[in-house]
Write a protein that binds this ligand. Structure first.
Ligand code: GLU
Length: 455
């Protein structure tokens, strides 16, 4: 027996697909409501569709919930293990004359006839009040005598969900509003088996930016996909909570604890919630900023290639580039993109490039015509300026040393040549930052290397 007055919720996915963000948000709203009210959440796998339910999907759902930090108090239960109980209730309502077995011919093939169990519709008006939608009324007449089981051993969703919610003492049914039209049928079945009616909260669907139903063709929809793209579970949770729920303030960055404290159905919108990847990315970056340094480093490590990780100077350089990486990325997956664009390798090893690249493109110069021999002279001057500096210089020391010279010779030309000599890239941090990351010795080596390139 459950404690009287205790909130009991349930998250009952069908293991017929990977956990997608829509279902994950349903799980989250259940979780937040349950925790806020000191209740218990049940996790139930609705696997009566044996043909489409697989272990692979089951595992994916379980792992995704764990990764997101959405815990439950009971389960996983499996409907496939509860057939006897459904049978008991089916018999009970058939015996009471509230459902009946009917032999019907297959609409596609009149030669085939099969048995189904239909619910005897009392044809009445059903009213219920929904925590999000308010008062709702349905006339069940249109539903006719709907099918609740293929046979006594093979009950269908409407029946199993009602029996389970009753047997498990569920007090609140929180689910996507694509289920709203199922509710009248389920209420009729509850009345037939003498089950109390739970409180309903139907939450708005997640829509694509064009207001169509969000699906794979709009990009990643699986929780695991976001995990692989290098999103933080904290950020995805934060984002999903804001999809349809409005905290009523300007605050946007929330931890799970804060969400639990503030979540409330009265602030859940009725209309569809539009998925906005830019906002998710922004939140991911915000949560990255909140990460302790060591955790951030651990996460970065997962996305760096073996090639980089086995570089001789790796452990010396890594701490210095972590802040640069943090500034540059919104998701950890972007570290891979940085590597692909050659934006990381040069921190660890001598870059390769054609000597002509050392020439600053005209659009960055101010009227000064340059050729490679003057670049060569500039690089030598830079070497001479840097040589007397202490080994561990920071970027402001280098900048102060070089700036007056750059002003005199033409900032665009000098800074470009220095940056290119150090990184071999058109896009990279400024040359002072680069020099401070790779250190004085390596800086001089790379300047000399550039000089040698120019014949
Ligand atoms: N198995 C159903 C689904 O995944 C559950 C719906 C409900 O919450 O009642 O859609």
């Amino acid at each position: 027996m459950t404690e009287k007055g205790k909130v009991i919720t349930r998250f009952p996915p069908s293991p017929t697909g990977f956990l997608h963000i829509g279902r994950a948000r349903t799980a989250l709203f259940n979780y937040l409501f349950t925790r806020k009210n000191g209740g218990e959440m049940i996790f139930r796998l609705e696997d009566t569709d044996q043909a489409r339910s697989t272990k692979k999907f089951e595992d994916n759902i379980i792992e995704s919930l764990a990764w997101l930090g959405i815990s439950y108090d009971q389960g996983p239960f499996r409907q496939s293990e509860r057939t006897e109980m459904y049978k008991k209730y089916l018999k009970q309502i058939i015996d009471a004359g509230l459902a009946y077995t009917s032999i019907e011919t297959d609409p596609n093939d009149p030669k085939i006839s099969k048995e189904v169990i239909r619910f005897k519709n009392p044809n009445k008006k059903v009213q219920f009040s929904d925590l999000v939608r308010g008062e709702i009324e349905f006339d069940t007449t249109d539903l006719k005598d709907f099918v609740i089981a293929r046979n006594i051993n093979d009950p269908l969703y409407h029946f199993t969900v009602v029996v389970d919610d009753f047997e498990m003492g569920v007090t609140h049914v929180i689910r996507g509003d694509d289920h709203i039209s199922n509710t009248p049928r389920q209420i009729l079945i509850q009345e037939a088996i003498d089950a109390p009616r739970p409180i309903y909260a139907h939450i708005p669907l997640i829509l694509a930016p064009d207001r169509s139903k969000l699906s794979g063709r709009h990009g990643a929809v699986g929780v695991t996909e976001y995990r692989e793209l290098g999103y933080l579970p904290e950020a995805l949770i934060n984002y999903l909570a804001l999809l349809g729920w409005n905290p009523g303030t300007d605050k946007e960055v929330f931890t799970m604890e804060e969400l639990t404290a503030e979540f409330d159905f009265s602030a859940v919108q009725k209309g569809g919630a539009i998925f906005d990847l830019t906002k998710l990315k922004w939140l991911n970056k915000e949560h990255m900023k909140l990460m302790p340094e060591d955790k951030f480093e651990m996460e970065v490590m997962k996305y760096l290639s073996e090639e980089i990780k086995t570089e001789a100077k790796f452990s010396m350089i890594l701490p210095k580039i972590l802040p640069l990486i943090k500034e540059r990325i919104s998701t950890f997956g972007e570290i891979k993109e940085m590597a692909e664009k050659e934006e990381l390798q040069y921190f660890f090893s001598m870059p390769e490039y054609a000597p002509e690249s050392l020439l600053c493109p005209p659009k960055f110069r101010k009227d000064k015509v340059v050729d490679l021999s003057s670049i060569k002279a500039i690089l030598s001057d830079l070497k001479a300026l840097i040589e007397p500096l202490k080994e561990d210089f920071d970027q402001s020391i280098i900048k102060d040393t070089i700036w007056p010279y750059a002003e005199e010779r033409g900032r665009g030309i000098v800074l470009w040549a220095m940056r290119y000599a150090l990184s071999g890239q058109e896009k990279s941090p400024d040359p002072f930052t680069l020099a401070s990351v790779i250190g004085k010795t390596e800086t001089l080596k790379r300047l000399e290397n550039a000089i040698q390139k120019i014949k």
